[in-house]
Design a protein around this ligand. Structure first.
Ligand SMILES: Cc1cc2nc3c(=O)[nH]c(=O)nc-3n(C[C@H](O)[C@H](O)[C@H](O)COP(=O)(O)OP(=O)(O)OC[C@H]3O[C@@H](n4cnc5c(N)ncnc54)[C@H](O)[C@@H]3O)c2cc1C
Length: 176
C-alpha cells in the first residue's frame, strides 16, 4: 500500500465506504479507507438494515430517498446482490399523534415518498394476525419504539410487494 494518499477516509462503516465508493466513481485516484477494526465494525454492522423513508425530519428522508435509488439499482450501480427487498414499512402511532403523523406524511409525499395513511381496518386486512386497538397496552407490554416481529407468514398474508412490512412493525411514540 502506498504511504501517501490524495484522500484519506477514516472509518469503514456505511458512510466511509460509501464516500470512498462515490469518490472513486467520480474519478478520484489514490483514495485510502482506514478502519481500525474491520468493515462494519460500528453501527453499520449492528443496523437493522431497514431502508425506510419515514423519518421525522426532512434531511433524513432526503438522504433515505437517495439511498433507495441506489439500493434499487444496486447491481448496476455498485455491482453484486445486496439482498435488498422492498416489502414496505408500517408505522404505528398511538392515539394523540395523528396530527404529527399527517404532517410527516405531507412532507414525505412532497419529497416524492410513496406513503399514505391507513386505518386500523386496513391494517387488519393486510395483517390478519395483527389486532391494533386504541386501548392502553397491558402491563408488561413492550414500550413504544420496541420493534415487533410479525408472526410467520401464512397463505392469507399479503404478498411481498404489498406496501406493508411483513417483517417488522415499529411502534414509535414520538415524532410519528
Ligand atoms: C442497533 C442499530 C440499528 C440501526 N438500524 C438502522 C436501520 O435499520 N436503518 C438505517 O438506515 N440505519 C440504522 N441504524 C443507523 C445506522 O446503522 C448508522 O446511521 C450508520 O451505520 C452509521 O454509519 P457510519 O459509517 O457513520 O458509522 P459506523 O458504522 O459506526 O462506522 C464508523 C467506523 O469507524 C471506525 N473508526 C472509528 N474511529 C476510527 C479511527 N480512529 N480509525 C479508524 N477507524 C475508526 C469504526 O471502527 C467503525 O467501523 C441503526 C443503528 C444501530 C446502532
Amino acid at each position: 500500500m502506498s504511504a501517501t494518499a490524495d484522500i484519506v477516509i477514516i472509518g469503514g462503516g456505511a458512510n466511509g465506504t460509501s464516500t470512498a465508493f462515490h469518490l472513486a466513481s467520480m474519478g478520484a485516484k489514490n483514495v485510502r479507507l482506514l478502519e481500525r477494526r474491520h468493515l462494519a465494525a460500528g453501527a453499520t454492522g449492528k443496523s437493522g438494515a431497514l431502508v425506510r423513508m419515514h423519518y421525522t425530519n426532512e434531511h433524513e428522508s432526503r438522504l433515505a430517498i437517495e439511498s433507495l435509488k441506489i439500493f434499487r439499482e444496486f447491481s448496476s450501480i455498485v455491482g453484486g446482490d445486496c439482498g435488498f427487498e422492498a416489502p414496505g414499512f408500517l408505522q404505528l402511532v398511538p392515539p394523540g399523534y395523528e396530527d404529527a403523523l399527517r404532517r410527516n406524511l405531507v412532507r414525505q409525499q412532497r419529497l416524492g415518498v410513496d406513503t399514505r395513511e391507513v386505518s386500523r381496518d386496513d391494517i387488519r386486512e393486510l395483517f390478519p394476525n395483527a389486532a391494533p386497538t386504541t386501548s392502553a397496552p397491558p402491563p408488561g407490554s413492550p414500550a413504544p419504539g420496541t420493534p415487533i416481529r410479525a408472526p410467520p407468514r401464512s397463505p392469507s398474508r399479503p404478498p411481498r410487494s404489498a406496501w406493508a412490512s411483513r417483517s417488522r412493525m415499529a411502534a414509535r411514540s414520538r415524532g410519528s
